[in-house]
Design a protein around this ligand. Sequence first.
Ligand code: CDP
Length: 213
Amino acid sequence: MIIAVDGPAASGKGTLARHLAQHYGLGYLDSGALYRAVARDVLATGGDPNDEKAAERIADRLDPASLDDESLRQHGVSEAASIVARFPSVRAVLLEQQRKFAARPQGAVLDGRDIGTVVCPDADIKFFVVASDKERARRRHLELVESGTELEYEAVLSDIRKRDRRDRERSAAPLKAATDAHLLDTTNLDIEAAFMAAVDLIDAAVDRAGRTC
Ligand code: CDP
């Protein structure tokens, strides 16, 4: 079974996807970590995230072992990630890695921006997770403060809006809901409630397909 979870920044898609993977015994890939790792490595080598060739070279040599690193969550890396994510050549390299992950025999949950539309258009079930931008900024601000980053809430809100706009308006695999995605608005849902709503939809889809997980 393949589950696609897409949505804008800090919508709760990562937490939901991780919980679903655990619940159904599937592999989990945070595709944003790939774009973040490219951005982090471009910045670390003194490069410019707007330089497509440099970003492509780094994407090509990405070390999978470096994807599980706190440095990926740094605020500056989020902004740079959405800059390198505009480039079709970078997306092409990372697309291959994501498709390989999705093809593992035990199935997978992937979260990102274009999982349901581009990476896994034939996923068994798709979610598009949204929340108001103020609620998303509140959550991201809390995460940043807890990890020791001092940043004003207003700055987080404005950066999230800017990044969403860039992700939606780019021509390569823009952020958008697949036509067959279930919309999940988590503005007023906690993690448990969002998880239960998703599990109900998945179990109903599995029943309809006459399969067992
Ligand atoms: O955690 P958050 O929602 O803030 O971001 P993320 O999922 O880690 O993604 C960081 C950035 O990577 C996004 O703003 C997108 O520009 C890019 N991205 C993408 O273009 N396609 C994906 N499938 C995943 C992320």
